[in-house]
Design a protein around this ligand. Sequence first.
Ligand SMILES: Cc1ncc(C[n+]2csc(CCOP(=O)(O)OP(=O)(O)O)c2C)c(N)n1
Length: 937
Amino acid sequence: MKSAIPPGPVLERITRRAFAHMIAMIHLANERPDADKTDPKVGGHPAACASSLDFLSALHLLVRRPGDFVCCKPHASPDDHALHHALGLFRHADGRWFDEAESEAVMARLRSFPHDGAPVFQSYHAEADPDSWRFLPSGSVGIPPVAAVYLALAFRYARQHGWDVDQPHFWCMMGDSEFREGSLLEVLPEVAERELGNVTWIIDYNRQNLDGTRIPNNRGLKGTDADRIEGTAVANGWEVIQLRHGSFREQVFARPGGAALRQVFERALTDYHYQSLLWKRDAGQMREAVLGHDKSCAKLLATLDDQEIVRLFFDVGGHDLPAIVRAFEQSRQDAHRPTLVVAHTIKGLGLECVAANGNHSAMPDEDEVKRILAAQGLSLERPFARFAASSPEGRFLAARGRDVRAGIEALEQHRAKNRQIVADQIAEHGGMPESLDINLKLAPTTHTQWMWGQLAAKLVRIGVYDELAKAGKEAKAGKAPTADEAKWHPLADLMMTMAPDVGTSTNINPGMDEKIFGPKHEENWEAKLDLHERLRPELAPTDEAWTRHIRFEIAEANCMSAAGSFGKLDWFAGIPFLPLMTVYDFFIKRALDQLYYNLYWNSSFVLVGTPSGVTLSPEGAQHSWKSDIQIPNLITWEPAFAIEMEWILCDAIRRHFSRDNKGRSGVLIRAVTRGVAQGLLLEWQRRQARWKRDVPAGAELGLTAEDGGLRESEVPHAPDAEILALLREHALAGGYRLVDWRGYRGYEPGENVVELFVMGALVPEAVRAAGLLLDRGVYANVTVVTSPDLLCGELARSNGYEHLTRTLAVNGRLHLRAAGKERGAPLGPGDAIDLAGRRVPIVSVHDGEIGLLDNLGSVVGVPQVAKAVVKFSKSGTPAHIYRYHGLHDEGIVSACGEALARTALEQVQLDPEATARLRVRQGASAGDWRELWPNPV
Ligand SMILES: Cc1ncc(C[n+]2csc(CCOP(=O)(O)OP(=O)(O)O)c2C)c(N)n1
């Protein structure tokens, strides 16, 4: 697409009109008739918008191509909307473009609620905005520019792996205070190392932030912050362009003595001093400041009148349209090196609050707004009128708008085409596969992290076999995929692993070996020198099509952003990448803001948090807290047995590729490195009455000959395949019953039954506790929770906790019994005097934050005792550590005792009339449960 005209008065006039629209937009947002006196202030950031407007105008009106991505400091979003309004780039959700009246109407709905689905703008850029095309959401500063970097990488990866994608440029604008965010500094070296030349960062260097004028320490920094920024970026491999001066300044600098004057502006004046002079706007003080640094400038200054002196001070490069356009075009030249543009600007330019210390959210009053509109021939009656179609501005905007809209529509068609290609490939390979068939026979005792490694290795092998074989690397390619495995091929081709320097320790070596994606920037020295190590991956990067792993330094936040950006490629280009990121679970919290961002913009990705929890025991002193968080659109899983890991991962993959993951597109799977005897799973299933066959009517089961039931081991059970099929269904619905005494002799809900819920690595403890309880006559059913979200969290609430209460049949039924009466004896009216009411209590136990499972009791309506990690941990064996936290078998037994004892003291409250008739003494203390279950652990 061509830049239709060079920057000039037309561009300038469009920008000034956009300025008026931006101001009116913020003003109207603050003047809503439906606002209540007690409502929080609406606000907006006119001054911050003013400092960015000129370079955003250059970007939108000239430089940006339709496929280019933009992200912007959040509070400048009204600038983008105003420019998009000028260009006619608003759309309905169904893709129709707004007509002029609709476009004007929505401009009055910044920060407004979408009543009846009316289009609105969120406070900051959001996917729901009518102009969100290839715009990254913003709100939390410091994150979108990083997400953009990894989108650039995702596009590069797609291209190198043979996908047909466009080649966008990534324009990221941020504030100068924002640039102090660690996330931006953390990603800086990577952009250059990954040679992402299509990334341009623009710093709105207005020397102010929310609290006021920034006062960087020139003495300490040995220069201004702009110098520091440049030095930092250059040291990290970036090109830097300082947009310091406008054309007027450059003209003055070109005169005799101008070089010395330039030095004063560039090297002598501190930001604080310069900013104060802008605020003061006093030519005399300005002259004095310059001469205070260099008297030789006197002659040149004497040639300028006071107005010109003020103009000289205000003439920064970030407001000079031709200079901006040149800088942006230049930043696009080098295909391998990213560019950082420091745009020197003035906050509040064009407003009365210009350069004032406290202008960050200062609002122009109505008179000022009216004056600004009037300068454009507009008024508050119709503030958002556009240029007449016949005017030079109208003609330019119409042509540019048409080009951009056509470009967008073409890219959308391209996206649809890519999606169709993927769908066809999946269909050609036999549809969505269900299982990866990992052979567990050779691993009778293993852990979930091992299983993750098996699954990842298999997926990678299936994905890259063809590419490696084609390149003559059969030895590396491994076994050719079987016919069943080949079904996975189109899916495996779209998956990649990534890890912040924990790939080898989270079991994904095979997926890394010679498969690190990145520019091949030097000889593979280890190969050249014939250096190999058994079972260690070869790590030299290359951008060949068989690469599958994105390697990171210890930079969890970067990796998390990358997972989000790769997982967004379906949305942007129709290529449904599914990133699989491994991370030590404890360090997910390092990247929580990035995780939140990924979930907010509906990215689709899998995080494997491993190893996790205090189960890390020997390592667990400081690493003792799971990153338990509940954010919308995140589903958390915790498999206990290896096969659950396979079920969960395969289901997540299926949901991703069939886009059946609404509200759960972020998937966090927790794993551990503690082995579990895998036989436990089927052993206890086969004992359940539900799986027993040929049980005579009315017969009850027993474990031993002594307890009088049919000896369960002698009663045949259903085939394992049948058991596993239902188990899989239940596991994927949030949990399954592992130990289930229903149908066993002596099992009496309300008397001796407790529902025990356990998650992950603690399953053996829970099963042992159930055994100990049975010795004491207590029947503890053990339910394994695979996903708290599905069992008792938000995802369960939406269906009325169906899985928990209906499928697993955990209920809050009150079992009434007249004290002293035989079981089954009929109740008479007098029996109410000694009525005891009991429910089946719940005990939950898991290695994690207590809130994950502690609402089970209230969901079901029964008392609950929750055991979880509530203090920092120590190093030790799992047995030591579980005991330390009270999560060991006796701890669980004790919790069950407490729950039962509490339940035993439940009172039945009769209505007053009945009470009077029966002369029951109501309100007497029920007693202390400890008397019923002494010595709690
Ligand atoms: C992570 C984060 N912290 C704080 C804020 C609140 N906030 C919004 S704008 C702003 C100041 C921005 O200053 P600067 O980056 O210099 O941009 P300017 O508005 O001055 O152009 C702050 C603190 C935020 N949005 N995100």
